[in-house]
Structure formats: C-alpha cells, structure tokens
Design a protein around this ligand. Structure first.
Ligand SMILES: *Cc1c(COP(=O)(O)O)cnc(C)c1O
Length: 394
C-alpha cells in the first residue's frame, strides 16, 4: 500500500489533505517524498517564521533535549524563566502563562477575564463580545469565540454568553455592551477570516470602551503576532496595549507552544489552582521561545520583514493591475491576502503542482505567510509562477 493510502487508513478524516507527502525542509524550501522541491510561502500556517532547519535554532533545541525536556509546572526552570522574561519584554505586559496551542491561549484568556469579573461581581454570569469572521481555535470554548457558524453547528451546546459584533464598526460593539460584558476579543488582523485589518480608530476605540467600562481587551495575535506584520506585536502599530494578548504559531517556530500574557490588573485575578497545563511551557518549548526572540533581535529580522513586505506589496500591486480576477491585496507585513472574484482553491492547487505552497482564507482569498527569511528572488519566484497560472484565467 502506498504511504498516502496508509495515511488515509490511519487518520481520523478531520482534514482535507493534499496527496503529496512532505519529508524534509531546508531554509524556505520543502521537499516531498519524490524529491520535488516546494517554495514555502505559508510557513506551516504562520508557524515556521525562521524557515526550516535554521542552524542556531536547531542547535539550541538539540542542547535543551540533552539537558532537560520536561519537569511539569511544580517547578520553574532557568530556561522557562528566560522565556517568560523575553515574552514580557516583547509584549510590554506583566505575567505569562504558557500553554500548547492557540486555542488554549484564547481559552485561558477567557477564563482570566471571567475570573476578574467574578471577583468584582461575585457571580459567574459574564458575557464576551467577539466578531464575525474571527478565528480563535477549535476547542468548545474557543470555537464559540470564533464568529463562524459553520465551525460550531454540530458541536453544541457550547459555552454561553458570547455575542458577535462587526469588525471596524464601533457602534455594533456599543450595541452589545452591557453590565455583564467582561471582555472583548479581537484579532488586530483577522487571519482565517480573510486578512481583514482593524482600522486605527476602531482598535483605539475598543481600548477606550474597555477602559471606560472596566472590561478586558483581549487581542488574539496567535497569527499576526511575533513579528509577522513587521513589529513584534501588531498592536504596537496601533499605539495601544491590550489587557491580555494571546500568542502561539510563530512563538515557537515549530514546537507546540502558546501563551497568554496579562497586565498587572488582570494578572492579579489568577490564584494558584485556577488554571493549569501539564506540558505548558516545558523546558523544550521554552528553549525554542527564548531562542526565537534572541534570533529575531540579533538578526534584525523585523527590519527584514518590513523590507521584504514592501517588495512583496510592490509585486502584488502589479498582479492586481494586470489581472481582472484579482480585486485587491490586503494585510500587514508578511501576512497578506490576494482577494479574487472567485474560488481560489484551483489556483492554490495549480501553485502546489508548480512547486509553491500557499493557503486560502475563506473561499476567495489566497493567503501568503512566507518565512521571515525570504529574499527578493524567492518573492520573484512566487510572483512569476502565480502569473503563469493566472494567464490561463484571463
Ligand atoms: C490558528 C489560530 C488560533 C488557534 O490556534 P491553534 O494552535 O490551532 O489552536 C487562534 N487564533 C488565531 C488568530 C489563529 O490564527
């Protein structure tokens, strides 16, 4: 039996998978089991920001595996403290909780916001405001925060007290606000929902509303954080700080790790026993987190992300001008979407056949999340191959 069929026989069919098997990665390229080479323009959905096999990252992890892998959260370890300090510094917030995924980060943030409300009101009847087209994960709490009925339908009853407003429409938020609202959760740049950035006034307006009503502003930067948009956190481009930020994907660059990080005010609501995770922030993943921050700083990767995104935008402009089926490009930094007037799946598949991996966001947006280490020649390779394919669509 061929390997793909063995996979189909062995796995729960939760995903629709492509019929190639990826075996090896090197820099910005991936290789399948036939030795075919693919330009990585998706970074494992925004995870592999350093590409594949980045030598200082590999060395740091090898060393940690030899030293200490896991001890549970009964103990601190030197490396976990260094990782948490790096997260604090980067987020300009005060207290870190490490978990294992983005869904757990949004769940944890929700629990902390609810706990704050509970201590203040003495009852557990809080509500939370989220947004249509948002994405916050697949657990029964985070999927309820996700403003996409398709992901929720079959899995009820989910958690109660979640309402959905419209992104960039402050009035739609004010209409839902009431004395039970404990938190507003929003992605500064929606990823899965189609690369929709928050407008400046809107995100600043949410900050103000939360301050006025003593509500927790949770920013979900699981996809857009960790330098992907050109600043270490996207919220620095909006001149605001959240009360809690959620991180995962690029924070470990390949090891499963997430985090939620709170300011002092909300952190004070958490008491020993309130929340936990066996693996959460073990020495192995913390070595990755610490090393990722070190590398981003030492290698000036944020500057590089900004330069490369300027070049990418220039080349995307060309595509928008040349092809009528493309309506616009939108996004920030190296998190960009090309919006088509039709289903992009066939285009994504044609790119894959031609040796480039991208992903979709919704049905009509082609999503680009290249590793931070791409260069202009890599961007040209992507644009040239896409142009060749789009000529057939004219
Ligand atoms: C991917 C994603 C999540 C969920 O992360 P998982 O690690 O898949 O649980 C949550 N929020 C946003 C914005 C994401 O992009």
């Amino acid at each position: 039996m061929d390997l793909y069929t063995r996979g189909e026989n062995a796995f729960l069919k939760a995903y629709g998978r492509y019929d190639i098997l990826l075996e090896k990665g090197e820099g910005v390229y991936l290789y399948d089991t036939n030795g075919k080479k693919y330009l990585d323009f998706y970074s494992g959905i925004g995870v592999n920001s350093l590409g594949h096999g980045y030598p200082p990252y590999v060395k740091a992890l090898q060393k940690q595996i030899e030293t200490l892998m896991h001890v549970s959260n009964y103990f601190y370890t030197p490396v976990s403290i260094e990782a948490a300090e790096a997260v604090k510094k980067a987020t300009q917030l005060d207290a870190v909780f490490f978990c294992n995924s983005g869904a757990e980060a949004t769940e944890g943030a929700l629990k902390l916001a609810r706990k704050y409300y509970y201590l203040k009101h003495g009852k557990a009847d809080s509500e939370i405001i989220s947004f249509h087209h948002s994405f916050h994960g697949r657990s029964t709490g985070s999927v309820k925060l996700t403003g996409n009925p398709h992901y929720q339908e079959a899995f009820g009853p989910l958690i109660e007290g979640v309402q959905y407003a419209t992104l960039n429409d402050l009035q739609s938020v004010e209409a839902l606000l009431n004395e039970r609202t404990c938190a507003i959760i929003v992605e500064p740049l929606q990823g899965e929902g189609g690369l929709n950035p928050c407008q400046q006034d809107f995100l600043k307006g949410l900050r103000q509303l939360c301050d006025q009503h003593d509500i927790c502003l949770i920013l979900d930067e699981v996809q857009c954080g960790m330098g992907r948009t050109g600043t270490i956190m996207t919220y620095f481009q909006y001149d605001i700080l959240p009360d809690i930020v959620c991180l995962a994907k690029g924070i470990g660059c390949g090891v499963p790790v997430g985090a939620f990080v709170a300011n002092k005010k909300f952190a004070a609501a958490m008491q020993p026993g309130d929340h936990g995770s066996t693996y959460g922030g073990n020495p192995l993943v913390c070595a990755a987190v610490k090393t990722v921050f070190d590398i981003i700083e030492k290698e000036n990767l944020l500057d590089h992300v900004q330069k490369m995104s300027q070049y990418l935008l220039k080349r995307l402009d060309e595509l928008v001008n040349e092809f009528d089926i493309i309506q616009e490009h939108r996004g920030l930094g190296l998190m960009q979407g090309l919006v088509f007037d039709q289903d992009v799946k066939p285009i994504v598949k044609a790119l894959l056949d031609d040796g480039v991996i991208v992903v979709t966001a919704g049905t009509n947006v082609l999503r680009m999340l290249p590793p931070f280490i791409i260069n202009e020649a890599n961007i040209d390779e992507f644009i040239d191959k896409l142009k060749k394919i789009l000529k057939n669509y004219k």
